[in-house]
Structure formats: C-alpha cells, structure tokens
Design a protein around this ligand. Structure first.
Ligand SMILES: Nc1nc2c(ncn2[C@@H]2O[C@H](COP(=O)(O)OP(=O)(O)OP(=O)(O)O)[C@@H](O)[C@H]2O)c(=O)[nH]1
Ligand SMILES: [Mg+2]
Length: 237
C-alpha cells in the first residue's frame, strides 16, 4: 500500500527531526509530507536540510500561519493528486506515537477510516484536568450534536483511504482551526461505516508551546451548532 504520512508544523523545530526519523523507522519507504507555515523558529530550514539526504521527505511551505485545518486539506489533496492509496495524519509534537503507525497501516487494509482513540478501552490521555475537561466536552458535542458514532472525534491521528477522500466534498468543510477535526469526521461518516478506532496513549507535548486558545474553543462550539443544524436539515430532506 502506497501511504503518505502528513504532518502540519508550526514552530516544531525541536521535534521535527526526530519525528521524521521515527516515522521512517516504523513505516519504512513511505512518503512523509510536511506542511510548514513559515514557522518563525526555523522548522522549515530543519526540514530543508533533512530533505538533502532523505528521498522520502517532501515539504509544502506556506507563507504564514494559515491554520491546521487548511494544512490537512492540503495533505488530502496531495494524497489524491499523487495517487497514494492512503493518507495518515499526525501531530508533530509526539502526542501521537510513531510506533502506532504500523497499526494504522494494517487497519487501512480493512477500513476506510482509522482513528487513534484515547477514549476507548485501552486508550489513555496524559492531559491535566482542564484540557481533559475541554476534550471531553468537545467529544461529547461531536457525538451528540454532529452525530459522529465514535468515542474519539478530536484527535488528528488518523488514517484515510484515498478512495474515501475522493468522495468527500472538501470545499464543504468550512472550519479551519481545531474544529476542522470534528467537521472532517462529520463528512467522513456520511460516506462510509467502515470506521476503526484503536486505543492510543496520548502524551501531552514535551517540547514547544501549545497553540490552543479561547477563540478556537468558541469557534469549535459554533461549528458544532452549525453541524447540528445541517444534520437536522439532512434528516428532514
Ligand atoms: N502548518 C500549520 N501547522 C499547525 C498550525 N497550528 C498548529 N499546527 C500544528 O498542528 C499540530 C497540532 O497542534 P498543537 O499545537 O500540538 O495542538 P494541540 O495538540 O491541540 O495542543 P498542544 O499540544 O497543547 O500545543 C502540531 O504539529 C502543530 O505544529 C498552523 O496554523 N499551521
Ligand atoms: Mg499537540
């Protein structure tokens, strides 16, 4: 199976080199695509240097911080345009263990969509009280309001078969920030029920700064309301 692993980066210079090495060691001979938004800490330069000796590494460099959601859309389009069989997305900060990559690749043989889950049996999260609360509320909203039949709806450790991506109208996915993760799932579950959750241990970032803020939380709540209305409209049709 021809797989591309997509990683969005913004100020991940402390993480990216080791991450790419670990991806290669767990998923050898597969493409790694980095979407870097001109990170002020020089992440892009680190990647450029690595690309000199790494035939499997590619980077799409964007001029400024354009958001995580749009970075994921770029990865999806790349996977389709370059005829990969599957796309795996993950964060750059080691919250998503590269050692789980072979599990995702294996599940992609039988499922259209795979997600690493903190909230099914065997899954773990190292978040503190506040982040756990936000995460649980967001996941509850995604299940109840957007109707997503998964315990985990917010993490970005995901595998998509490219044939599924071809069915989703990516231009209908409107949110760009963290709520993109839920909205993308909302579209995915309308096209397939071959969904697989597998347990992961989610480690909070060790290096670098967190980028989530109050504005993102408000946007996420508004997205859930929009998806709820959309779902109701579809049911009435
Ligand atoms: N290209 C790009 N990457 C981004 C952007 N915002 C976040 N990222 C990356 O997306 C991934 C997830 O972002 P994080 O900041 O780890 O988000 P989080 O896990 O919710 O929060 P923390 O781990 O606490 O920071 C990381 O690899 C970031 O570098 C962005 O605007 N553009
Ligand atoms: Mg993180």
């Amino acid at each position: 199976m021809k797989i591309v692993v997509g990683v969005a980066t913004y100020n991940e210079a402390q993480n990216i080199e080791r991450l790419v090495e670990e991806i290669h060691s767990h998923l050898p001979n597969q493409r790694v695509l980095i979407i870097d938004d001109n990170s002020p800490d020089g992440t892009g330069k680190v990647i450029e240097k690595m690309m000199e000796n790494d035939p499997y590494l590619r980077m799409i460099h964007r001029p400024g911080k354009m958001g995580l959601g749009s970075a994921h859309i770029v990865m999806m389009k790349y996977a389709m345009e370059n005829d990969f069989d599957a796309l795996i997305t993950m964060d750059a900060d080691f919250s998503h263990a590269p050692s789980d990559l072979p599990t995702i690749a294996e599940h992609l043989k039988n499922y259209d969509f795979v997600i690493g889950s903190r909230y099914i049996e065997g899954g773990k999260s190292h978040y503190g009280f506040y982040r756990t609360l936000i995460s649980k509320v967001a996941n509850w909203g995604a299940q109840k309001m957007a109707g997503i039949p998964l315990c985990e709806c917010t993490t970005a450790y995901r595998g998509f078969r490219v044939e599924l991506l071809r069915k989703v109208q990516l231009n209908e996915v409107r949110s760009n920030g963290y709520s993109f993760m839920v909205e993308m799932l909302y579209h995915v579950v309308q096209h397939t029920n071959k969904l697989k959750e597998f347990p992961i241990e989610f480690v909070d970032r060790v290096c670098g700064k967190s980028k989530i803020n109050k504005k993102e939380m408000v946007q996420s709540a508004l997205t859930l309301v929009r998806l709820w209305f959309d779902r109701r409209k579809k049911k009435q049709q």
